[in-house]
Design a protein around this ligand. Structure first.
Ligand code: SAH
Length: 240
């Protein structure tokens, strides 16, 4: 997760306890047990130079690599807030799970081969059953390092069919694929990209509500991943 405010409700809901950090990274790690599974909530931490949460792709990739090396997870979840589109029936507070592939919409490299590398297209686990059973929306998660979008971003998002716009998931998915760890995203909508109100204003107004909705659904997602016969990462209940 990128921001402490996004993570606080799920840390509280799980009763997760902070464990050793990983210098020189500012990332923080909180560990909880859910049934027979260890759940690690990793947040990117404060940027030491600018004293704000380390949002965006670089910190997300570094934190993910640290999580993979230290905890050897069975599954990775990029969890947080995101923008959605009214034109695609998104509502503030909706919680989406990732569908299909994770894409970047701000890496434009017009050289054969590198164009596709720029987009990324890293796989999500199949969340169809999870979304249906839990009643969550599914969408293609599209990542950039900007909160707003320009005309080039809009064009890329349209081509790639992006439904959920945020700043970390494709970077987490990149590391997950390198490490061979199944990965999905769970994202709560704080703002509507095609609404006349500025994104930053909507984000500030809805961050607390969306983060609390996110925590509630994350608990259900974790339980589904561990316990369901339809779990896309295998049923842990039968292996315990
Ligand atoms: N201005 C905020 C900073 C949040 S930036 C503050 O001062 O607290 C947005 C964060 O929320 C990123 O981590 C990103 O993943 C997510 N996010 C929410 N809505 C987004 C949108 N419309 N576009 C991009 N990222 C968004």
């Amino acid at each position: 997760m990128a921001m402490e405010a996004e993570a606080r409700p799920i840390i509280a809901a799980l009763g997760a306890v902070e464990t050793d950090c990983a210098p020189p990274l500012p990332a923080k790690f909180f560990v909880a047990r859910v049934l027979d599974c260890e759940v690690v909530v990793a947040i990117n931490g404060r940027d030491p130079r600018h004293d704000v949460d380390s949002i965006g792709t670089e910190a997300a990739a570094l934190t993910t690599l640290e999580v993979v090396r230290r905890f050897s997870p069975d599954v990775l979840i990029s969890a947080g807030t995101a923008g959605g589109w009214q034109s695609k029936d998104a509502r503030i507070g909706d919680v989406y799970v990732s569908r299909g592939e994770f894409v970047h919409h701000d890496r434009r490299i017009a050289i054969p081969g590198f164009d596709a590398y720029g987009v990324g297209s890293y796989p999500s686990v199949d969340t169809a059953a999870l979304a249906e059973v839990l009643g969550l929306k599914q969408g293609i998660v599209t990542t950039s390092n900007s909160l707003d979008e320009n005309d080039d971003d809009r064009r890329m998002i349209a081509i790639n069919g992006g439904d959920v716009k945020e700043m970390e998931a494709a970077a987490v998915a990149y590391v997950a694929e390198l490490a061979g760890v199944p990965m999905l995203a769970v994202k709560a909508i704080t703002d509507l990209v095609d609404h006349h109100t500025a994104t930053a204003e909507q984000f500030a107004a809805n961050l607390a509500m969306a983060s609390s909705r996110l925590a509630g659904e994350l608990v259900r997602v974790i339980q589904f991943l561990m316990g369901s016969d339809e779990s896309p990462v295998g049923n842990r209940r039968s292996t315990s």
